[in-house]
Design a protein around this ligand. Structure first.
Ligand code: BDP
Length: 719
C-alpha cells in the first residue's frame, strides 16, 4: 500500500503545481493539460481510473509514475497506480481500468507480433492494456497512450501495435566538459559536470522523460571533438550518475572516445591501434567503464577529421581503429560508432568524394559491433545536399544515419525551419543501390542488406534555455527526430500535426496553420540561403549569415569559393565526368538522375553542374533570373510565415506567441540579408541586373562583406 499513498500525494502535488506553470515551453510536448470539457474528462475516467502494472522493475516504475501523474493532471483527479503481477506468459503488461488479468485481453496471436521494445495497446470493456515483450515496450506504450489522451482521441476498441524499426536511436551532444556546446544555440550544456555526481538536476530527469516519450534509447553526452578527460575515473563517476538517471527511461549512455587518450591519459607513447599496450589500455578502460555503468552503450569516434587524432596518424586505416575499440567493448555488449565525416590532411580535388574513397574499400573489414555513422550528405549538413554516396555502397557494413537537429547551417537559434521535411526527403531518397526501391530508410533499418544492428543519430539542439531549444520550434525538430528514428517511413506532415497539437492547441484552424508553417519552412530557408544546389557559402568559423566571398582560409575546402565556383561564365561545382566526377560514386540509377544538366532536378543543379549564367532552365528563366527569383521567393515567404503566425494570435497563449513572433522578425531580417548579400556577390560575376519587379539590395557588396560577428554563438573555441 505504501507506494500507492506516496504516489497519490505526488499526483496531488503535481496537480497544484501545474496550475502555477508559466507557458515558457519547459514542458515540451509532455504538457498533460487538463482535458476540457468536463464530459470528455468523465468519459476518460470511466476507462482510466487506476493503473495496474506488472512488476516493480525500475523502467516499469517510471512508466507507472508517468501514467499516474499524466492521467492525474489530464483527468483532474488523482489516478493511483499499483504493482500487480500479471499473468500473460512472457509478456509484460500494464492495465488501466479495473484490475484484471492481462491474459484475458491479449491473445497469443497478438503477442507474436511484438518485437523487442515494441508495444501493443488494446482496449475492451472499459479497460486499456499495454503489452510488450520487455519493460521498455511498456514505457513506450505508456507514452503513446498518454499522447492519445492528450490529443483527445477515443480509446474504444484500440488495437495499435508498434515496433521500432531502428535499433539504436541516439542523440549526439556536441557538449564540452566546460559546458560550452559546439554549434549549440540554446545556452550552455545541460550537463553540469562540476556538480556531478552528487547534484542531480531535475532537468536530467525531464530530459530522459522527453527522450523516452519519443523512443530515443541512447545518448552520447560528450562532443565528437573529444576530450580524453572524460575517461578519468572521477569523470566516469559523473557519467555513471547520469547513466543512473537515464536507465529507468530506457536510455543507454555513450561517450566519445578521443583516439589519443592512451597517450594523454594513459601516459603511453603511442595510440597505434595495432600496438598491444594500446589495445590493452582500451580493454582496461572499457572494463572500468562497465564496472561503473553496466549498460554502457559504447563509443562514438571522430578520427582523422578536422585535426582529430586517428589511426591514420600511425599508417593504419579506419577499420584498424574501429576494430580495436570494438574488441574492447565486445565482451560487454557495447558498440563502436565510427564516423565517416573525415577530412584528410591533404586537400582533395573534391571534398564531397573523400568519405567514400576512404571507407568503401574497407567494406567487410569491420567487426560485427561496429556501425559507420554517416552524415546525410557528402559535404557537411548543408541546407540541402544530395544523399551521401556511402548509403548503399557498403552492403556488408551497418551504416547509421547522422542528422543534425541543431541548426548550424539552417538559421541557428532564430529561424523556424521544420527539419522533419529535410529528414524525410533524405530517408525517402532512392539510392538505386539494389535497383529501384532502395530507399535510404531501407538502408538505415537494415532491411536492404539484411543487417540487424541498425542505428540513427541526431546532433542535439538542447541546452540550458528554459524551453530547452532556444527557438520554440526547435522542439519540433527534436520530436521529429525521435519519431523518424522509431519509424523512418513516417510522413513529416503527420509529425508536424502531432507536435503542434501536443504543444499548442486542439483548434483545427490554428493547428492547420502551425503545421503548414512547419511544412513550407524548409524549402523557404533553402531558397533564401542556398537555392538550386548551392552549398557551403556561409560566413567562416561561426557559420552565422552569408559569406559567399570567403576565400582565404588555411584549407581551400573550408572556403566558399571552392564550393560555388562562381566565375564570369557561370556558377556551380561540376561533379560530372568532365569535372570532379563525384557522380561516379553513385549507383547508375542515381547517376542517371543528375548527370545531364538539362535533366538534373533543379534543387541539385549547382551541386553537380557549372551552369552558364544565361543558360535557360526548364522554368523558362535563365540561371541568373532563377537565382534572383528563388532568393526573393525565400525572403518573401518568411513574410508569409509571419502573417500566418499573426493570424493565430489569441488562439494560443500570449507568452509563446510573442517568443515566436520575435524570432520570426529576426528570421525575416536575416532572410533578406542572405538574399541581398548573396545576390550582390554573385552579380559581380554575372554582371546582370536583378530583374525588374524584384527588390534591389539595400546596401553595397562591400557593406555586407564588412559585417563581423565575433561573438556569434556555437563556435568552436579554438577557431
Ligand atoms: C561541422 C561543424 C563542426 C563539427 C563537425 C563534425 O562545423 O563544428 O565538429 O561538423 O561533424 O559541421 O565533426
Amino acid at each position: 500500500m505504501r507506494p500507492r499513498i506516496f504516489l497519490l500525494s505526488l499526483a496531488l502535488f503535481l496537480l497544484s503545481a501545474h496550475q502555477l506553470k508559466a507557458e515558457d515551453g519547459y514542458r515540451l510536448w509532455l504538457r498533460y493539460d487538463k482535458i476540457e470539457p468536463e464530459e470528455r474528462r468523465s468519459a476518460y475516467l470511466q476507462q482510466l481510473g487506476q493503473v495496474f502494472i506488472d512488476g516493480d522493475r525500475p523502467i516499469l516504475k517510471a512508466a507507472g509514475s508517468e501514467l499516474a501523474s499524466g492521467l492525474s493532471l489530464m483527468l483532474g483527479q488523482a489516478v493511483p497506480w499499483v504493482q500487480e503481477p500479471g499473468n500473460a506468459g512472457g509478456i509484460v503488461a500494464c492495465v488501466i481500468g479495473k484490475s484484471q488479468a492481462i491474459s484475458r485481453l491479449i491473445s497469443e496471436e497478438d503477442a507474436k507480433e511484438l518485437q523487442p521494445e515494441g508495444f501493443m495497446l488494446l482496449s475492451r470493456d472499459n479497460q486499456v492494456a499495454i503489452a510488450a515483450k520487455d519493460d521498455k515496450g511498456i514505457l513506450y506504450g505508456a507514452f503513446h497512450l498518454l499522447r492519445l489522451i492528450q490529443m483527445q482521441k477515443p480509446l474504444d476498441n484500440l488495437r495499435i501495435i508498434e515496433n521500432p524499426k531502428v535499433k539504436l536511436r541516439v542523440l549526439n551532444h556536441w557538449d564540452n566538459l566546460d559546458r560550452t556546446v559546439e554549434r549549440g544555440y540554446a545556452g550552455f550544456s545541460i550537463w553540469n559536470w562540476h556538480e556531478l555526481p552528487e547534484y542531480i538536476d531535475q532537468r536530467y530527469i525531464d530530459y530522459a522523460r522527453a527522450n523516452a516519450s519519443i523512443g530515443i534509447n541512447g545518448t552520447v553526452v560528450t562532443n565528437v571533438n573529444a576530450n580524453a578527460l572524460i575517461f578519468r575515473s572521477d569523470y566516469l563517476e559523473k557519467a555513471a550518475a547520469l547513466a543512473d538517471v537515464f536507465r529507468p527511461y530506457g536510455i543507454q549512455l555513450y561517450l566519445t572516445a578521443r583516439f589519443s587518450a592512451p597517450i594523454e591519459l594513459g601516459g603511453l607513447s603511442t595510440a597505434d591501434p595495432l600496438d598491444p599496450q594500446v589495445r590493452q589500455w582500451w580493454k582496461d578502460k572499457a572494463a572500468e567503464i562497465y564496472r561503473l555503468i553496466p549498460d554502457f552503450g559504447g563509443f562514438l569516434v571522430k578520427a582523422n577529421s578536422e585535426g582529430q587524432p586517428g589511426p591514420q596518424d600511425y599508417g593504419r586505416n579506419h577499420a584498424d581503429g574501429a576494430n580495436m575499440l570494438a574488441d574492447a567493448l565486445e565482451p560487454f555488449g557495447g558498440v563502436a560508432m565510427w564516423r565517416a565525416f573525415v577530412y584528410s590532411e591533404e586537400e582533395p580535388e573534391d571534398r564531397a568524394k573523400q568519405a567514400y574513397n576512404e571507407f568503401v574499400p574497407l567494406d567487410g573489414q569491420f567487426r560485427k559491433n561496429v556501425l559507420i555513422q554517416v552524415k546525410n550528405g557528402p559535404v557537411d549538413f548543408q541546407p540541402r545536399e544530395p544523399v551521401h554516396p556511402l548509403f548503399g555502397a557498403m552492403p556488408q557494413t551497418p551504416l547509421m544515419m547522422e542528422f543534425q537537429i541543431t541548426k548550424e547551417y539552417l538559421g541557428q537559434g532564430t529561424h523556424l525551419v521544420g527539419l522533419a521535411k529535410m529528414y524525410e526527403e533524405i530517408l525517402q531518397t532512392d539510392t538505386y543501390a539494389e535497383g529501384k526501391g532502395s530507399s535510404v530508410a531501407k538502408i538505415i533499418d537494415g532491411s536492404l542488406h539484411g543487417h540487424t544492428l541498425t542505428g540513427i543519430a541526431g546532433v542535439a539542439n538542447i541546452g540550458t534555455a528554459r524551453n530547452w531549444t532556444g527557438n520554440l520550434f526547435g522542439q519540433a525538430d527534436w520530436f521529429a527526430f525521435g519519431k523518424l528514428a522509431w519509424d523512418p517511413y513516417r510522413s513529416s506532415a503527420d509529425i508536424f500535426r502531432e507536435w503542434a497539437e501536443l504543444s499548442f492547441t486542439h483548434d483545427p484552424g490554428a493547428l492547420a496553420i502551425i503545421s503548414s508553417m512547419l511544412a513550407s519552412s524548409y524549402e523557404t530557408c533553402v531558397n533564401y540561403m542556398t537555392p538550386l544546389g548551392l552549398h557551403h557559402i556561409m560566413a567562416a568559423g561561426h557559420h552565422y549569415g552569408p559569406g559567399p566571398w570567403v576565400k582565404e582560409m588555411s584549407r581551400a575546402d573550408w572556403t566558399s569559393v571552392y564550393y560555388h565556383k562562381a566565375d564570369e561564365q557561370g556558377l556551380g561545382f561540376n561533379r560530372t565526368e568532365s569535372g570532379s566526377n563525384a557522380l561516379e560514386q553513385y549507383s547508375p540509377g542515381s547517376r542517371a538522375r543528375f548527370a545531364d544538366m538539362e535533366q538534373c532536378p533543379l534543387p541539385f543543379l549547382l551541386w553537380f553542374h557549372h551552369v552558364p549564367w544565361g543558360h535557360v532552365l526548364p522554368t523558362g528563366r535563365t540561371l541568373w533570373e532563377e537565382l534572383c527569383q528563388r532568393y526573393h521567393q525565400g525572403a518573401s515567404e518568411v513574410g508569409r510565415l509571419r502573417e500566418k503566425w499573426n493570424s493565430i494570435e489569441g488562439h494560443i497563449d500570449g507568452e509563446r506567441f510573442r517568443q515566436v513572433s520575435m524570432h520570426l522578425e529576426i528570421q525575416e531580417k536575416e532572410a533578406r540579408w542572405w538574399r541581398d548579400a548573396c545576390l550582390s556577390y554573385f552579380q559581380s560575376f554575372s554582371k546582370m541586373e536583378i530583374p525588374p519587379g524584384l527588390e534591389q539590395p539595400k546596401q553595397s557588396l562591400e557593406y555586407y562583406q564588412s559585417l563581423h560577428f565575433p561573438y556569434a554563438p556555437g563556435i568552436r573555441p579554438r577557431w
